[in-house]
Every structure is written in structure tokens, then in C-alpha cells.
Design a protein around this ligand. Structure first.
Ligand code: MG
Length: 251
């Protein structure tokens, strides 16, 4: 399936190199977001956010929850609190709301791996590229499950999680940290992201960003944040991986 984006892969790569003043890519690593990219966990997060805010007298639609994906829990709570009540939540209230949100999330069965994720990871590994996790998640259950579902794909040393960062997405910090951990420059890596704030963070870190639209948002939301190319699913990107890589090599 061709990418939805009207620009071709080749054009998007040429444009990226030109904008950032690089002659060519020297691809060594792929940075993977986790929720909505490797695991189909976002429907559970969106539902838990919707329910918990309702319980505390505020309104956050499931679709809006996707717009906040990647933000810290406290950040999301305060945006909604300011909008709906005109004041920020107290520290105690934030802890209470976030604990309840986590409880609701954990009532679900474990999130399934995203269709196409394993296929893409195998191709990336076979091509000798490093795989790095860059997630805002602190859900230990998901981090533990990475090795179960994606054996021999990731190491703890090449992971940036909620526990490593101070600011988190949409700040470029997690992606800058990933560059440092992997020991690569921006023209030696690409990012796979599904969320508007994640795309924003990756683009701000100067990285070529592949958006995979695995949720309900219109593709324009991801492209407007600066994604270099967009695929409708992880499987679609996996199917195009070798074409993508030959475009990278041609530049
Ligand atoms: Mg995500």
C-alpha cells in the first residue's frame, strides 16, 4: 500500500536532508515509540482517561485523549482542569486522578502487539540497524512485555522511558537522549511515532520522522506537526521498508 502522504518517500528524504544541511543519510538506528506503535494500547489509555475525568467532574473525550498522548499525566490533568474548572488541580488531586487512571487502564487485558510491528522490527534488525525505544510510558507492565513479544529486539541500555527524562515529549529531550544513548547523529537515525506530541518532539530533535496513523486522528494532525512521511499502519510501513531503505541509500 503506498503512503497516504502526497509527497513520495524520495522527495521527503531529499527535503529533510536539504532542510538540515546533510548530504546524505547514514542510517544506523531506528527509534521506536511504544504505545500506539509497538503495542495497541492507546484505546485503553483513551478510555481510561475519558472515564477518570468524568468521575472527577471533567470532560476529556476519547479522541482528545489521543491528542494528549505522550504528555505527562499531570500535564494532561491540568490542561483539562484549567479548561473545565478555571484552575489547576492540586498535587494531591493529580496523584489521586492519575492513580485511578492507572487502575482503570490496568483492568484491561494486556495490550496486544501492534499488527506489523514484529515484521518491521525483523526487517530493521536484518538490515543491521539498532532498535531504540523512546517512550513517555512508565507502565512497567508494558516495558516488561517488550521482551516477551519482541524477543532479542531491545536492550535496557537502548531505552528512554518516563524514568529517564525530566520534561518528556513534546520536548525534544527524550529523542536527544536517544541520540546520545545510541551514539548517533540525527542523519544516522529515523523515528517511528504515532502521536502528534511525539512527532513534535522528534522533529524538534532534528530527526526524520515517520508517522504511523494507528489511531482515530485525521492524518493532517500528524503531518502538521512536521512528520516527514505518513503511513496508515505499522504493516504499511513494514511492507514499504525495503523501498524506503533504497530511497535512503539513493540520496
Ligand atoms: Mg505513541
Amino acid at each position: 500500500m503506498p503512503p497516504l502522504h502526497k509527497k513520495t518517500m524520495q522527495q521527503s528524504i531529499t527535503e529533510y536532508l536539504h532542510t538540515h544541511g546533510y548530504d546524505r543519510f547514514n542510517l544506523k538506528a531506528v527509534f521506536f515509540d511504544m504505545d500506539g506503535v509497538l503495542f495497541n494500547s492507546m484505546p485503553y489509555h483513551a478510555e481510561a482517561w475519558h472515564q477518570v475525568m468524568k468521575k472527577f467532574g471533567m470532560n476529556l473525550s476519547r479522541e482528545e485523549a489521543y491528542m494528549h498522548e505522550g504528555r505527562t499525566g499531570a500535564g494532561t490533568i491540568n490542561i483539562v482542569s484549567l479548561r473545565d474548572r478555571g484552575y489547576e488541580a492540586t498535587r494531591t488531586e493529580i496523584e489521586e486522578i492519575y492513580a485511578e487512571k492507572s487502575r482503570l487502564f490496568n483492568l484491561n487485558p494486556p495490550a496486544e502487539p501492534m499488527p506489523g510491528a514484529w515484521d518491521l522490527l525483523c526487517k530493521v534488525k536484518a538490515d543491521g540497524l539498532q532498535r531504540v525505544i523512546v517512550t513517555g510510558s512508565g507502565q512497567l507492565s508494558l516495558l516488561d512485555r517488550l521482551n516477551t513479544h519482541f524477543p532479542e529486539m531491545f536492550t535496557r541500555e537502548l531505552m528512554v522511558t518516563a524514568y529517564d527524562v525530566k520534561y518528556g515529549k513534546p520536548n525534544p529531550e527524550p529523542y536527544l537522549m536517544a541520540l546520545q544513548k545510541a551514539g548517533v547523529s540525527p542523519h544516522e537515525a529515523i523515528v517511528v511515532e504515532n502521536a502528534p506530541l511525539g512527532v513534535q518532539a522528534a522533529v524538534a530533535a532534528g530527526l526524520y520522522t515517520v508517522a504511523v496513523n494507528t489511531g482515530p486522528l485525521p492524518p493532517s494532525v500528524l503531518l502538521n506537526e512536521g512528520a516527514n512521511i505518513l503511513f496508515p499502519s505499522m504493516q504499511a510501513f513494514a511492507d514499504e521498508w525495503h523501498n524506503f531503505l533504497s530511497c535512503v541509500a539513493q540520496n
